[in-house]
Ligand binder design. Structure first.
Ligand SMILES: *Cc1c(COP(=O)(O)O)cnc(C)c1O
Length: 218
């Protein structure tokens, strides 16, 4: 079996019901095509420009996810086709997605990106900001965006206990928000945690989607 197909197969074996999202950033069209030939249909990019370029060169039945920071002025270009945006972190972005989605008569599935890692990052909401945003969302009429869950990244470290602690924090926030803000709605169901180095730990903490790049392509 070709290497990429074999990697996908090996990872899939461990996932059960958790969905594999192959992160194709920095990979060649040939490499992505190899993953596609192995049956993979869900891919993610972290930059809008790269996402648009790849989409144009690859088959139409690919589901594209955006996992990187999204500027409001780029929303319009991805809303017509995007399957999920994992990196939503402000009311302004939510309002923009909703407005553009309304124009396309679509409902765009989104995740709120939270911040659980110890290391410094510009992106993601801490617990207070998450609650604050959810309170504001309640007051809005948002018929064209669906908040489906939460995305988080753990600290880049070899310390498995620390990673487990951070994923556990993400899982408990997910459960709390599902109960308090989504009335246990089954459409609020995605917990996007886990990358190449830590997806097995994420699986122990309720991950429903893992975003894996290097473990597929290396
Ligand atoms: C790059 C990236 C990944 C995948 O990283 P790997 O270590 O290559 O699996 C997952 N999530 C986000 C947000 C990323 O930017």
């Amino acid at each position: 079996m070709p290497r990429i197909a074999e990697n996908i197969f090996t990872i899939q074996q461990k996932l059960g019901n958790c969905k594999l999202i192959v992160v194709s950033k920095y990979r060649s069209i040939d490499e992505i095509t190899e993953a596609y030939a192995a049956g993979q249909r869900t891919f993610a990019e972290n930059r809008v420009q790269a996402l648009l370029e790849r989409k144009a060169q690859l088959p139409n039945d690919i589901e594209w996810h955006l996992i990187g920071h999204l500027q409001t002025n780029k929303v319009k270009s991805i809303v017509p086709f995007i399957s999920m945006i994992h990196s939503v972190d402000s009311l302004k972005l939510i309002q923009t997605i909703n407005r553009e989605a309304e124009k396309c008569d679509k409902i765009v599935p989104c995740l709120l990106q939270i911040y659980v890692a110890k290391e410094e990052t510009k992106f993601g909401l801490d617990e207070g900001e998450l609650i604050d945003l959810l309170e504001k969302i309640k007051l809005e009429q948002l018929d064209h965006i669906r908040i489906c869950g939460i995305m988080a990244m753990a600290t880049f470290t070899d310390d498995k206990n620390q990673i487990a602690e951070e994923f556990s924090k993400a899982q408990s926030l997910f459960n709390q928000v599902k109960q308090e803000y989504f009335n246990l709605d089954t459409l609020f169901r995605e917990l996007s945690i886990g990358m190449s180095s830590d997806y097995e730990i994420a699986l122990d903490h309720g991950s429903t989607m893992v975003r894996v790049g290097s473990a597929v392509f290396n």
